[in-house]
Ligand binder design. Structure first.
Ligand SMILES: [Ca+2]
Ligand SMILES: [Ca+2]
Length: 454
């Protein structure tokens, strides 16, 4: 398993006993943990999380144990103490058939010994084998650890595994190689996607005419598609970053994208590692008939036409989210108070006016959709004809073709909101504090849109 970040951190995990990590010099002196502080001085690495020097290797190791990592993992060797191995007991494990391979000047590690001293690996190998009563698995682990360290130091190691000695099982259509690179043999690499590790490492690589796709070696001709730097296996699909399109990869037609978009009450978010239209938690709906459901789920209605403050970041509150204000006009149509006429949405850098069927204005100018006239806001039409105003900081206003209006806010707006949609603090009882039932929206009439004097 290889993990690489754009900042240059590289992590190699063999899925069993070894983790190799390399970091660029920009991290120098800014690290904590078992791997030390990376300040160029090897003598001050054994410090505790509180900065004090550790009194022993055991204290040092135990101090950095991550919370919750104790399952099946104990410190030390239990009540009977760690096994002690006499020179007599360890002698058989020092031969060139066992740990001695590490030090053998004619062995597979010969070229590495001058670059990276095998002494410590040898010492631990002999002790492990003795403590585990000669279990070969521990010999294999020791040799693999030195192999990985040598390769990380840029030194080639000769193959030492055989069919009968420390064989490495590889999945279907792949074989063992002592020196494989991450960039070799993957479908993603066909389109130039993955970065290569400069150093090679032991591992399985796909057989000829097979390439890696999602951890499995598949025939070259079955490789999938790429979309914006992401590999997409055949018969899979993904939503684009704003969920406006769904792109699918098929073996017959390659990559095809279709208009998508999230239905009302759903927001485009990455959750549980998947970008999807998730149920919006912060959702306030003014439906046909002027029935209102607040962010916290309280219900109310208005019978009198007018312009109402639906939702805004309360004035005077901490500015952790950008200010916004949604004002909606409820009008009488065919003798009933029911339809949403127009909506004015104010942001820190401009305003958007949306009407159900007469168009969209940004800062007073009529615009064609999709529109990105403001830095923080975009306006688009979804495939079903609805209008969507989307602010980057997490406020969305959705107006359906039938006049249904929804205001969606991200979770970081919780408890900071004012207006008929409520304060979004999770408690619906305080949304209708001053009045009840049908007259509740009265107190949220927008004063600056009042048609009357006085
Ligand atoms: Ca140090
Ligand atoms: Ca509330």
């Amino acid at each position: 398993m290889v993990l690489q970040t754009t900042k240059g951190l590289r992590l190699l995990f063999d899925g069993d006993a070894q983790v190799l990590m390399s970091i660029p010099s920009s991290f120098r002196g800014r690290l904590c943990g078992l791997c030390g502080n990376f300040n160029g001085n090897w003598s001050d690495d054994f410090v505790l999380p509180n900065g004090l020097a550790a009194s022993s290797v055991e204290t040092f190791g135990a101090a950095w144990r991550a919370p919750g990592s104790s399952k099946g993992c104990g410190e030390g060797c239990g009540p009977q103490g760690c096994p002690v191995c006499s020179a007599e007991e360890t002698a058989p494990y020092e031969s060139n058939k066992a740990c001695g391979q590490l030090r053998n000047p004619q062995g597979p590690f010969a070229t590495c010994q001058a670059v990276l001293s095998p002494s410590e690996y040898f010492r631990q190998c002999v002790y492990d084998l003795c403590a585990q009563k000669g279990d070969t698995a521990f010999l294999c682990r020791s040799l693999a650890a030195y192999t990985a360290a040598c390769q990380a130091a840029g030194v080639a190691v000769k193959p030492w595994r055989t069919e009968s000695f420390c064989p490495l099982q590889c999945p279907a259509h792949s074989h063992y190689s002592i020196c494989t690179h991450t960039c070799q043999g993957s479908c993603a690499a066909l389109s130039g996607l993955t970065g290569c590790t400069t150093r090679c490492f032991e591992g399985c690589e796909c057989d000829d005419r097979f390439l890696l796709s999602q951890g499995v070696c598949i025939p070259v001709q079955d490789c999938g598609c790429t979309h914006n730097g992401r590999y997409l296996p055949v018969n899979s699909s993904l939503l684009t970053s704003d969920c406006s399109k769904r792109c699918s990869c098929s073996s017959s037609s390659g990559l095809t994208c279709q208009a998508a978009g999230c239905p009302p009450g759903r927001v485009c978010e990455v959750k549980a590692e998947a970008r999807q239209c998730w149920a919006a938690r912060g959702l306030c709906v003014l439906s046909v008939g002027a029935n209102l459901t607040t962010f916290d789920g309280a219900r109310g209605a208005t019978t009198s036409p007018g312009v109402y403050e639906l939702s805004s970041r309360c004035p005077g509150l901490q500015k952790t989210v950008p200010w916004y204000r949604v004002v909606a006009e409820v009008q009488t149509c065919h003798g009933k108070t029911e339809a949403v006429g127009q909506i004015h949405i104010f942001f820190e850098d401009g305003m958007v006016t949306v009407t159900p069927n007469k168009g969209v204005w940004v800062n007073g100018l009529r615009v064609d959709l999709p529109a990105e006239k403001l830095a923080s806001v975009s306006v688009s039409r979804t495939p079903d004809g609805s209008l969507l105003v989307r602010q980057k900081a997490g406020v969305q206003v959705w107006l359906g073709a039938n006049g249904k209006l929804a205001v969606m806010v991200s979770e970081d707006h919780a408890g900071k909101l004012c207006g008929a949609c409520g304060n979004f603090d999770g408690d619906q009882t305080n949304d209708w504090r001053d009045s009840e039932g049908k007259s509740v929206m009265e107190k949220w009439r927008a004063q600056d849109f009042s048609p009357c004097y006085g």
